[in-house]
Every structure is written in C-alpha cells, then in structure tokens.
Design a protein around this ligand. Structure first.
Ligand code: MGD
Ligand code: MGD
Ligand code: SF4
Ligand code: MO
Length: 740
C-alpha cells in the first residue's frame, strides 16, 4: 500500500498563469464545501507523492485544515485507488462472475453496449445517470449535457438531492434564487447574533469555527439548535435541544414570541416583503407552551433566544442538514426564513439567512445541469426560454431536450424495475448510494436488479463492487477544474501531479462514451474549454458565470456568482469622442446578494405560509425511540475515501450508537455493548456510546460505514413534497442489546 504514484517529474502543474510556479501548486481540498485552500508539493516517498503545505493567503481558511484535508493525498496512492478498468463476466453457469481487470477499449465498449442495449430495448428513459456534488462544475455540466443529448434521457439526478435541496427549494421560494450563503463567511464575526440550526460545523467544517469564535470575541452571541450537545453546541451562548423533527414548530414559536413581544420590523415588511399576513396568522397558532410540548425546549429558553436574536442591529440564521433532511425540510427552512424577514434580518448588511452547503461542489454541482429539473446557469428545464438558450449553445433544437426527470431516491427506487418506466441501466459517478442512500438495503437490491451498472470512481466503493464495469478516474490533485464553495465563490482546483497511467478523467470518459454512442460532435475534455462553454450556457441565467475566467479566479482568490460578462458597446452605441475608453470594466462578482432587492420578479422576499406537522414516522409502542444520523470529524460521507486513510480510521474506527445514560440503564446497556437498532426498514448493530450529550428519547448514529453498522439500513425514505429530500434525520426505532 501507499507505493509512490507516478512521481511528479515536472515540478508543478501545466497551465501557464495557472501554475503557482516553482514546486508549489495552490489548490483546494477534495472534500467539503468550505473548499479550504492548500498548497501541494511533490515529495518522493510521501503518501500519494505530495506534501500538503499551508496556504495562509487564501482567505476562507487562512491555512487551517482538518485532518481529512491534511491526509487527502493518501487517497491518490497506488494500492488505495483504482488504476485499471474492471469488468464482470458471467460465471460458467450464467451467474454473476467476479470483476476482473480489462483494457479501456473493452471496458468502454461494454459500457456503451450496456447503455445502448437498454435504450434500444426500452427507450432513452430506461437509461439513468446518477452524479455527485463532489464533481467539478465542468464535470457536472458535461454530465447533464451527455445525459440529455447523447443518451436522450431525462433520468438524471445526483446526491446533492440528499444534501441541501430543502434549503435550495426554500431559498428559491423566498428570495427567487438559491445561493448557500448570500454573504461571505467573513461577515459572520461582525454580526450581532447567529442562530446555527442543525449544523455541527466544529466537526463538519472545523476551520469555519474561527468565524464564530471571532463573533463571540466581538461581543456577538451564538445560539445552536441541535438535539445533541455537540462540539459546536459547546461553543454556544445558548443551546436549544429540540426533539428531532420539530424545528418547524420551534421556528414558528420564536416568530410567535417576536410578534407577541412587539419585535416585528413593520417598515421592512412593508417595503421589502410579501405574504406576511398569512405567515403571521400561522405563527400565532404556535403558542410558546404548545411549542415547548412539541419540541421539549422550555419557554424561558425560547424567550431568551428571541431576545438574543432581536436585540442587536444585525443577526443571521444559518441552517445545515439537521432541519433540512426532513420530510418537511422545505417548510422548516421557510419558517426560519420567516423569522429573518419578520425581524428585518435579511437583505441588509451583516444580516440574513444562509445554508451551509455540504460537498466540495455542492453549490456549483446543482447549478449546471445534473439536477433532474435544471439546465446550466440554474435555468429550469421546464422553461421554454431556458431550453432555447441552452439548446442554442449546444447546437441542437430545443425540442430534442428531454423534460425534467425523477429525484435521486425516486430514481434509485426505479432501478431494475420491470415496468414501462423502470430504469434498466445506470451510469453512476461520484456517489456511493449503497452506504449513503436512505433505506439502503432496498437501494442495494434495486442496483443489483439492473440489467447493467457502470461506475466511475477513484476507489472500489461498495457501489462500484456491484457494477458490471468499473472505470478508474483521475481525482482532484491530478486534474484541473472549478468548484463553487458554500459562499458562492467560484474556485479553481489545479493539477499538481500526473495521474497513474491507467486512469482517465471523467471528462475523457464521457467523450469516449459519446463517440461510441454515435455522438459525432465530440465532447471537450480540456476543463478550461468546458468552462468556456459553461460560461456561455450560464450567461443570463440566475447562476451567471459568464464573466468568470480561470485567470480571474486565480488572481482574485475566487469570484462570487452572479458575475455576468460585461459587453463592449456596439459601434453604433459609441459616441464619437476618441478619448472614450471603450473597454468595459469587468463585473466584480457578487459577494453579497439582496442588499437592494431580492431576486423575485417583484423584488420582494416572500414569506412562507407554513405550519408545523409531525415527522413521517413518530415513535409508537413498537418503535419507541427516535433515530437521527449525521457525521463525525474524521470520516467523510460514505467513507469511500476516508476509510482508506489509516490516521482517520484510528480517530474514527467504526459506527456507534450514541445514547443517554438513562436510556442505557433502561436497556441494561454498558459502554461498548453491541446494540441492535431496528426500524421498519431494517436492522443495524453497533457498539453503545453513552453520554449525557443527547436527549434520552433519541439515539444518534453516524452514516459513514457499510455492513452491519450501516445507519442507512434504518432510515426512512419519506420525501419532502417540494425538494424530494428524504427524512435522514428522523425515524422511529427500537433499541435492544444485540445479544450475540
Ligand atoms: N467530517 C465530515 N465533514 C463533512 C462531511 C462528512 O461526511 N464528514 N460531509 C460534508 C457534507 S456533504 C455535508 S452535507 C455537511 C453536513 O454538515 P452538518 O449539517 O453539520 O452535519 P450532520 O452531522 O449531518 O448534521 C448536523 C447536526 O444536525 C443534528 N440534528 C439531527 N437531527 C436534527 C433535527 O431534527 N434538528 C436539528 N436542528 N438538528 C438535528 C445532528 O445532531 C448533527 O449534530 O458536512 C460536510 N462536512
Ligand atoms: N443517514 C444519513 N445518510 C446520508 C446523510 C446523512 O446525514 N445521514 N447525508 C447525505 C448527504 S448530505 C450526502 S452529500 C450524501 C453523500 O454520500 P455519497 O453520495 O455516497 O458521497 P461520497 O461518499 O462522498 O461518495 C463520493 C464517491 O465519489 C468518488 N469520487 C471522488 N472524486 C471523484 C471524481 O472526481 N469522479 C468520480 N467519478 N468519483 C469521485 C469517491 O471515491 C466516492 O466513492 O450522503 C447522504 N446520506
Ligand atoms: S474543512 Fe472541509 S475543505 Fe477544509 S480541510 Fe476539512 S474537509 Fe477539507
Ligand atoms: Mo451533503
């Protein structure tokens, strides 16, 4: 293991101005949405052939990295990652054989054949594509184009649906556009109060904790809403610990108190919003005592939160997966936005609502066309003008573009179904649903029922193990591409090392498959060329990248979208003054949104008329407890990458069930005892971790592991009606000593 990959004979990356020069390449971490800046230096003998060097000049993290970022090069090493295509032959009796190494020729022919066969037999929508929010903008763009033009299929969606889709839906409804944070992280220390709802950023984006420490040093206050006393909650001035799935009631209860205590900003509401009367009426039905009963948060804490939020000049609400990954995630985020709007804490400096996006390109990945209903530039597939614009850039008639497809879970649920709308063949990139999808045993069964499965990955993930063909692709430090971080800042990841000879980039794979599937126009494989096309496709859209270039990104530490290209005036527009400088100033990008108007047609933010409702599954006699799920510091997502890094495995070796001592006593469980957790979907077994940092009616499991400790064997795929987000954060379970 950890043999040196092709050592970097050339000191730094190709790309002219885009290289840092010398032996250091400035780039970004492969993992989360913070997209910490780092520099890479070739180092013989180092795991992955690279040393990670602090990049203090990059403003978002100023050199700080978490352990995942520091050890990321280890996943580049031979022995850890895939370096040759794999194909599966039928066994002697026609059963499924083993995966065996194959040439690229053979593997690509098989993929093209598998996809074409399903298309020929059942039509284009029998071919599905599942992407990931870790893909660069260029890859996400190419994947959407490939699906709609080459496959002619509407059946594409991606793991971002499981991530911030509820916040995206609520943000779009309220503000007319969805960008995770409408302001840079650097604004946080200068506001008066932040309510952080269901984010454990001390573990999920550790370098970002600094912004909250500085907030407190500046006299601001931090409120954390989480059913667990997390490392993040420990930093809070006030920790509210609601029952999982009750954030909607909590936000409405706070709004009720805002009204009752006369803290409403009537002038702001009149000038900049619509829909207050209905939202107000709904909130008034949520009496503090009722809210205490539903959430378990005592009324005095509700009152204290309202005081802390309303007294300073400016304040923010930030949500993450806690309130969003619910079957009412969209309404829940809408209720938190209502709180901001009613108090005039939106569309003003140092105030507003924001969502902490999760994956490396969780933001950009949803803007450029791998979401079932979207075209590049955050255009909607159902919008005739949007179709026409994108079709023109792609050189096709708008009529050839398919309509919107299915959401991620619905797509996974349709795999291998012997029905007219079943999806018979799947191309999967950058996601590991066998571990990360809700009701995972069912999803795994659906994947096994496919006629054909192809997976592009850097490692042999649990999902890749099910494939008929596995294609080994290049990854972050081996290729160049842009990503958009949680602030809406478009960044450039740069190539720092040559990939192993057996790997090809996702862009090359799409090009080679397109050729085999009869697409004669070719697919560009140079990331910058793809980005140039993406710029044109996004021009005039909500997420307008047309004014952004690779060079600008490097020179400006990233550029915030929207950033339209400024156009030189046409000759007839010029007046005759020869001293006129006709070169238009470039658009500076948009670090702060909504200061003048919201992005709705009338410029007003819209209140959401929402009321509380129970979770899809509430505890009962058979399943008396609540299960919630999430993350630990040292593992990333399905663990496909981080479970291959020794230092991370030492820090977080396996799954566990976190529970309160009172509950443990009732179960007769001691620390480390194996607990069986059972839901209506299945059973998982993991050791007990007993702590007072969790509510006695709730157990928590991290979801990073496959096998018997897989949290997603238990989770409920009940979907939010608008965002189609599954209810990862709430389901009813029974817990017992496993006994074996
Ligand atoms: N170490 C690490 N960092 C990561 C990732 C990772 O896998 N590992 N993944 C990245 C990605 S893609 C994402 S999306 C982000 C996620 O980042 P976070 O949203 O911070 O992560 P989670 O642990 O999923 O959930 C946050 C908190 O929600 C709480 N919670 C559970 N149920 C509820 C509820 O009903 N209401 C409220 N208010 N809170 C609840 C949990 O107790 C948990 O502490 O992290 C990113 N960073
Ligand atoms: N119970 C529960 N389940 C959850 C969640 C939860 O909170 N609780 N959170 C959900 C959330 S927010 C998310 S984002 C999902 C994430 O879960 P997944 O979608 O499974 O995400 P990853 O584990 O990051 O999988 C990414 C895969 O892509 C591969 N990869 C990395 N780079 C590249 C590349 O450039 N190209 C290609 N082709 N492959 C690449 C990696 O090796 C890995 O196998 O999980 C969701 N599942
Ligand atoms: S916080 Fe996120 S981006 Fe920063 S080093 Fe850790 S995983 Fe990478
Ligand atoms: Mo995520």
């Amino acid at each position: 293991m950890n043999a040196d990959p092709t050592p970097a004979a050339t000191p730094a990356a190709p790309g002219g101005v885009l290289t840092t020069g010398g032996v250091l390449t400035d780039t970004h971490c492969p993992y989360c949405a913070l997209q910490c800046g780092m520099s890479l230096r070739p180092a013989q003998g180092a795991p992955g052939g690279l040393d990670v060097v602090e990049r203090t000049a990059f403003p978002v993290n100023r050199g700080a990295l978490c352990g995942k970022g520091r050890t990321a090069p280890e996943v580049l090493a031979h022995g850890v990652r895939l370096t040759t295509p794999l194909v599966r032959d039928p066994g002697p009796g026609g059963e499924r054989g083993e995966l065996r190494p194959a040439s690229w020729e053979e593997a690509l022919d098989r993929v093209a054949g598998g996809l074409a066969r399903a298309r020929g037999a059942y039509g284009p929508d029998a071919v599905g594509v599942f992407g990931g929010g870790g893909l660069t903008n260029e890859k996400a763009y190419a994947l959407g184009k490939f699906t709609r033009l080459v496959l002619g299929s509407s059946q594409i969606d991606y793991n971002g649906r499981f991530c911030m889709s509820s916040a995206a839906a609520a943000g779009t409804k309220a503000f007319g556009v969805d960008r995770g944070l409408p302001f840079p992280l650097a604004d946080i220390p200068r506001t008066g109060c932040v309510i952080l709802v269901g984010s454990n950023l001390a573990e999920t984006m550790p370098p970002a904790l600094r912004y909250f420490t500085e907030l407190k040093e500046n006299g601001g206050t931090l409120i954390v809403v989480d059913p667990r006393r997390t490392r993040t909650a420990e930093q809070a001035d006030l920790h509210l610990a609601p029952r999982p799935g009750t954030d909607l009631a909590l936000a409405l209860g706070l709004l009720h108190l805002v009204v009752a205590e006369g803290r409403v900003d009537e002038a702001f509401i009149a000038e900049r919003t619509s829909g207050w009367a209905e939202a107000r009426a709904a909130a008034m039905a949520h009496w503090p005592e009722l809210v205490e009963r539903v959430t378990g948060v005592p009324v005095p804490q509700l009152r204290q939160a309202v005081r802390m939020f309303c007294e300073p000049e400016a304040a923010m609400v930030l949500t993450a997966r806690g309130p969003e990954q619910q079957s009412k995630g969209t309404d829940t985020v809408g209720a938190w936005i209502n709180l901001c709007l009613a108090t005039g804490r939106a569309g003003r400096p140092l105030s507003g609502y924001g969502c902490l996006t999760g994956q490396g390109n969780g933001q950009g990945g949803r803007e450029h066309g791998q979401k079932a209903d979207q075209l590049p530039g955050y255009r909607m597939l159902a919008d005739a003008a949007a179709r026409e614009h994108v079709a023109r850039v792609w050189g096709v008639e708008p009529g050839v573009l398919p309509g919107p497809g299915r959401s991620a879970y619905e797509l996974l649920d349709a795999l291998g179904r012997d029905t007219p709308d079943g999806v018979r063949a799947l191309l999967l990139l950058a996601s590991n649903p066998v571990v990360s999808a809700p009701r995972a045993a069912h999803v795994e069964e659906r994947m096994r029922a496919l006629d054909f499965l192809a997976v592009c990955d850097v490692v042999l993930s649990e999902s890749a193990r099910l494939a008929d063909v596995v294609l080994p692709v290049t990854q972050w430090a081996e290729e160049t591409g842009t990503l958009t971080n949680l602030e809406g800042r478009v960044l450039l990841r740069r190539k720092a090392v040559e990939p192993p000879a057996g790997c090809r980039s996702d862009l090359e794979v799409l090009n080679l498959l397109a050729a085999r599937l009869g697409w004669e126009k070719g697919f560009p494989t140079d990331p910058e060329e793809v980005f140039e096309e993406l710029r044109r496709a996004s021009a005039g859209g909500k997420a307008d990248y047309s004014g952004i270039t690779y060079r600008r990104i490097v020179e400006e530490d990233g550029v915030f979208w929207p950033c339209p290209e400024t156009r030189a005036p046409a000759p007839e527009e010029l007046n005759d003054d020869p001293s006129n400088d006709h070169a238009p100033a470039p658009h500076p990008g948009t670090p702060r949104l909504f200061l003048d108007r919201f992005a709705t047609p009338d410029g007003r933010a819209r209140f959401a008329p929402v009321s509380h409702r129970p979770s899809a599954e509430e505890p009962d006699e058979e399943y008396p407890l609540l299960l919630t799920t999430g993350r630990v510091l040292a593992q990333y997502q399905s663990g496909a990458q981080t479970r291959r890094v020794a230092r991370l495995n030492e820090a977080a070796p396996g799954p566990f069930v976190q529970l309160h001592p009172r509950l443990a006593e009732r179960l007769g469980a001691a620390e480390g005892d194996r607990l069986a957790v059972t839901s209506r979907r299945g059973r998982a077994v993991a050791p007990a971790r007993i702590t007072r940092d969790i509510r006695p009616d709730t157990v928590f499991m991290p979801f990073h592991w496959p096998g018997e400790g897989r949290a997603n064997s238990l989770t409920n795929p009940a979907l939010d009606p608008t965002s189609r987000m599954p209810e990862f954060k709430v389901c009813a379970v029974r817990v017992e000593l496993a006994g074996d």
